[in-house]
Design a protein around this ligand. Structure first.
Ligand code: HEM
Length: 160
């Protein structure tokens, strides 16, 4: 169960990232080109929000129930804070994931409620753009020291 959820969480990262780039780029170009806020913008924003929420739910299941790393951290939070790996997974990754969810949710609601198309694009651009930056910072990319992981799901990589 742990491996399956970790694989889905890892693969879903790519779906979330691609959608983040698409919605941010569309908002930027829409604002610059004075293009109306189209039904497609709203649909893609909804898909992005749904993917982020699914990612957070899977992350919470890993964090609270399945991950041996976060269980070890929660067993002794004081010691975990002094360990870079345990601190990253039990605090930093969790906090940034929740911030992403808030940014995307608020951006979508504010964009929907904006009085005109330019402001719809602008609110989407700011919220989705910041969410993208936070995600780029929170992902354990292979080049990150200590916490770095493969761009493929860990259970698949370690199976070889
Ligand atoms: C919102 C965007 C998020 C992204 C893009 C993301 C991305 C990732 C990635 C790439 C991994 C490594 C997967 C692997 O090793 O193959 C991972 C692992 C993990 N994530 Fe997230 N995550 C997000 C949100 C969250 C949240 C909100 C939580 C907690 C509530 C969370 C908890 C975890 C845990 C516990 C692990 C696994 C640690 C272990 O190896 O046992 N994630 N995440």
């Amino acid at each position: 169960m742990y491996s399956a959820i970790l694989v889905v969480h890892s693969v879903l990262r790519w779906v979330v990232l691609v959608l983040a780039v698409v919605v941010t780029a569309r908002a930027f170009m829409g604002l610059r080109g004075g293009r109306p806020f189209e039904a497609r913008d709203a649909k893609l924003g909804g898909a992005f929000l749904g993917a982020v929420h699914a990612q957070v739910v899977l992350g919470l299941v890993l964090h609270l129930a399945l991950s041996p790393i976060t269980s070890a951290a929660m067993a002794s939070m004081g010691a975990a804070m002094r360990d870079k790996t345990l601190r990253f997974w039990s605090v930093e990754h969790l906090a940034m994931g929740l911030i992403v969810a808030v940014l995307v949710t608020v951006a979508r609601v504010r964009s929907k409620r904006a009085p005109d198309d330019a402001q719809k694009h602008q609110r989407a651009l700011v919220g989705y753009g910041f969410a993208l930056l936070v995600m780029l910072a929170m992902i354990p990319w292979p080049f990150r020291k200590v916490i770095g992981r493969s761009v493929l799901p860990t259970p698949m990589v370690s199976a070889h």
